[in-house]
Design a protein around this ligand. Structure first.
Ligand code: MTE
Length: 322
């Protein structure tokens, strides 16, 4: 693949290791506080993350200057309270079972409306990308949220390197299909493989991230290793995990959740407190990891990223295109 070389990251933009070590000890303190409160959630899913994966550090990435840094969700919760139906529908299932997934070697198929179709080794793709930390709030359609220091690269850069044709109006992403490694795919919870999509301008938006890690380390399997999407102004289900295919297409792709329940999960899935899910309100959210009895948080339009993304939807009826 003809991908341009990553520009070298300046030394002072690299997060010093000690910063993360410091933040990990804050996390341990908050985890202790959480445990002291007797949270059923943590007790039910308690495990040692090091038993699940190697804990590989990511050494070189540009540091975030996010204003929501002090709201970080503890690492233990980010990696133990998950949605990844390929490993089961329980929140603890991905952490318990995702170790089955072999994430190296990993190839990504690029096809459709591109000048450079092919099957690319993930390592080759990564060598040419500039990794950055982005602290984003992930707001799930189930009305809970977390704040996570993701590490990844701009999807726009990757798309430019694929050389989109003039017919490339949408991007379709597909998760690995392998029921032996992903036993949840033996059940008909969704039509497998999991597919998601974005409009081209959404995919090219500078906030849209292809994530390869979190908390300074390689992506834990349960969070979507080795490569997942993060679109911070949309509900979490758009953030497809363990991606093996990226296809640029002319027409809006059929996506898994939209296909399974069209009236509940729209294609756009922009976080919108004014459009309720048919079975519950979207006006508030439970903050994962917040001390017991903390009031729910008010959900913000576009998950708080309205200033950056509202213009993408100018003139659109967001109740119709939810
Ligand atoms: N991607 C795949 N392949 N399968 C899934 O079940 N769940 C989605 C999304 N990506 C899902 C997926 C949903 S509903 C959410 S809220 C987020 O992943 C959860 O990401 P997290 O577990 O890292 O918090």
């Amino acid at each position: 693949m003809l991908i341009k070389s990553a520009s070298l990251i300046k030394e002072n933009e690299v997060t010093p290791k000690k910063d993360y070590d410091k933040s990990r000890s804050i996390i341990s303190a908050s985890r202790r506080q959480f445990l002291a409160q007797g949270s059923a959630l943590v007790l039910a899913t308690s495990f040692s993350p090091n038993t699940l994966w190697a804990g590989n550090k990511i050494e070189h990435y540009k540091k975030s200057n996010s204003p929501i840094k002090n709201e970080l969700t503890p690492y233990e919760l980010v990696t133990s309270y998950n949605n990844f139906y390929e490993f089961g529908t329980g929140k603890g299932d991905p952490a318990a079972h995702a170790h089955r997934l072999k994430t190296r070697p990993w190839s990504v198929t690029v096809d459709g409306e591109v000048g450079k179709p092919g099957v690319y080794d993930l390592e080759d793709i990564l060598k040419r990308q500039q990794l950055e930390e982005r602290i984003y709030r992930l707001r799930c359609v189930e009305a809970w949220s977390m704040v996570v220091p993701w590490i990844g690269f701009s999807l726009a850069e990757l798309i430019k390197q694929m050389e989109p044709t003039s017919k490339a109006n949408y991007v379709e992403f597909t998760t690995l299909y392998d029921p032996e490694q992903m036993p949840g795919q033996k059940r008909r919870t969704l039509k497998w493989p999991y597919v998601e999509g974005l409009r081209m301008d959404e995919a090219m938006h500078p906030l849209t991230l292809m994530a390869t890690g979190l908390y300074g380390e390689e992506m834990p399997n349960q969070n979507g290793a080795p490569l997942r999407l993060i679109v911070p102004w949309k509900y979490g289900f758009k953030s497809i995990k363990s991606i093996v295919k990226i296809r640029l297409v002319e027409h809006q792709p059929t996506t898994s959740w939209n296909e399974s329940a069209r009236h509940e999960y729209g294609f756009y899935a922009n976080v919108n407190p004014h459009v309720s899910h048919p079975r519950w309100s979207q006006s508030r959210e439970r903050v994962i990891g917040a001390p017991l009895f903390t009031p729910k948080r008010k959900t913000e339009m576009f998950n708080g990223y309205g200033e950056q993304v509202a213009s993408l939807y100018k003139g659109m009826n967001l109740k119709r295109f939810f």
